[in-house]
Design a protein around this ligand. Structure first.
Ligand code: UD1
Ligand code: MG
Length: 440
């Protein structure tokens, strides 16, 4: 039986280097705020409790954490990572399982890596730190191994000797220990160091001094990249994208130029999907097998069913469901639209809040006038209907099955099944029309 576990996510740092009115940990990677990545990771590794440590000043962070079912601990002042974990102690009163500490600014840590950390703990280590090797250890803390291979201590770069700075094994920040022992060590740490902070990392040496077995688990450098400023934010994003593109291709999708396709954290791509360059996915997209997405299309919150064809230059907005083998062509924007099987919206069209039946054909330049400045209304287009080019459909309105609208019509009344609606001025030809004479 594995012990119960709590994840403590540190999110109370100031994050000044982001130079943003949005708190650092709410900046998104692949369309999801960094803090949400950490909370999701906590759930993925089977945490019984997820506690987010926040500063007293950030309602926005607290809100996101609460919305995702996390408990909140408040760190009164940012006095260091050790001080931050200690702030979670009152929330975890009576909790006697393992604590896993994660940082909210390192979103790409894999569940498998944390599972390895937990496995080392279950195998009998009293404190386990997650580390990685790098050629550029820079400002990271260094994991100093004891001759027996256990973790002797962790030294921060600011406090390290020259020899210690030469160590390539770095501290990721994540660690695991029993709650009782961890809070015991945290009660002993002092801010006597170069940063005058309470270092969480000091727990390693305290564990050793107590004769507790310690261990180091290694992950990949790329997993632990933190986003402290906008440059690093872009680097972390690039790391995620590179990882996801490989997975998607291995799972059977063609990316003509993988460097030019941008996925969200939750994009689902089926087999034999083909994606041309310049395609961007926002959150909440499912693409079924055999779909083709042509160049320069932007897709979010949508379901694209089998064999659909999108773009080039299409914009698919949230709430859209494109039916099997339906087509959404160039310079078409759809929002909250259900497109039936084999329906076609080929060119230069805006459809919003619409239901389009199977096999309907929407002519170039069609617009659903779905908004009266206050409320939104639905347009229904029946199966097999043919909407003439440049039709304005003033919602709420229904066009029946197999009905037609003449091009240039402004449709304000329902059109019965199989009828032709024409709502435009009749053409007059004035024979022999002459230009006026120029006035002198
Ligand atoms: C920390 C580690 C270092 C490691 C590095 C990895 C310590 C002492 N150092 O250093 O060994 O190599 O991460 O990236 O742990 N935070 C709080 N309250 C605070 C201070 C920080 O909640 O008072 C949070 C931050 O929001 C952040 C995390 O803790 O999510 C890490 O803080 P940060 O200041 O970035 O630590 P580093 O100096 O990078
Ligand atoms: Mg950091």
């Amino acid at each position: 039986m594995s012990r119960s576990r709590a994840v403590v996510i540190l999110a109370a740092g100031q994050g000044k280097r982001m130079r943003s009115s949005l708190p650092k940990v709410l900046h998104p990677i692949a369309g999801r705020p960094m803090l949400e990545w950490s909370i999701a990771l906590g759930k993925e590794i089977g945490a019984d409790r997820v506690v987010v440590v926040v500063s007293p000043h950030s309602d926005a962070i607290r809100q996101v954490a609460e919305n995702h079912g996390a408990e909140i601990a408040v760190q009164s002042e940012p006095l260091g990572t050790g001080h931050a974990v200690r702030a979670a102690q009152p929330v975890l009163t009576g909790f006697d399982g393992d604590v896993v500490v994660l940082f909210a600014d390192t979103p790409l840590v894999r569940a498998q890596t944390v599972a390895n950390l937990l496995a080392a703990r279950e195998a009998g280590a009293g404190l386990v730190a997650l580390g990685f090797e790098t050629k550029t250890p820079g400002a990271y803390g260094r994991l100093i191994a004891a001759p027996d291979g256990q973790l002797a201590r962790i030294v921060e770069a600011k406090d390290a000797s020259l020899e210690e700075l030469g160590v390539a094994l770095c501290n990721s920040g994540a660690l695991c220990a029993g709650a009782r022992e961890l809070f015991g060590w945290l009660a002993q740490i002092t801010p006597k160091n170069a940063a005058s902070e309470y270092y969480l990392t000091d727990c390693a040496a305290l564990a050793r001094a107590d004769g507790v077995k310690t261990a180091i688990v290694i992950g990949e450098e790329a997993e632990f990249a933190g986003a402290n400023d906008r440059v690093q934010l872009a680097e972390v994003e690039a790391t995620f994208q590179a990882r996801r593109r490989l997975e998607v291709m291995r799972e059977g999708a063609t990316l003509v130029d993988p460097t030019q396709v941008w996925f969200a954290h939750d994009t689902v791509i089926g087999d034999d999907v083909r994606i041309e360059p310049g395609v961007f996915f926002g959150p909440g997209v499912t693409v079924e097998r055999g779909v083709t997405i042509r160049a320069f299309s932007h897709i979010e919150g949508a379901h694209l069913q089998e064999g659909a064809e999108i773009g080039p230059f299409a914009r698919i907005r949230p709430g859209s469901n494109v039916g099997p083998h339906a087509r959404v062509g160039n310079f078409v924007e759809i929002k909250k639209v259900v497109l039936g099987e084999k329906a076609k919206v080929g060119h230069l069209t805006y459809l919003g809040d619409a239901i389009v039946g199977a096999g309907a054909n929407i002519g170039a330049g069609t617009i659903t006038c779905n908004y009266d400045g206050v409320n939104k209304y639905v347009t229904e287009i029946g199966p097999g209907a043919f909407i003439g080019s440049d039709t304005a459909l003033v919602a709420p309105v229904k066009v029946g099955a197999g009905a037609f609208t003449g091009s240039g019509s402004v449709i304000t009344k329902d059109v019965p099944d199989h009828a032709l609606a024409i709502a435009r001025e009749r053409q007059r030809n004035i024979e022999g029309w002459r230009r006026p004479d120029k006035k002198t």
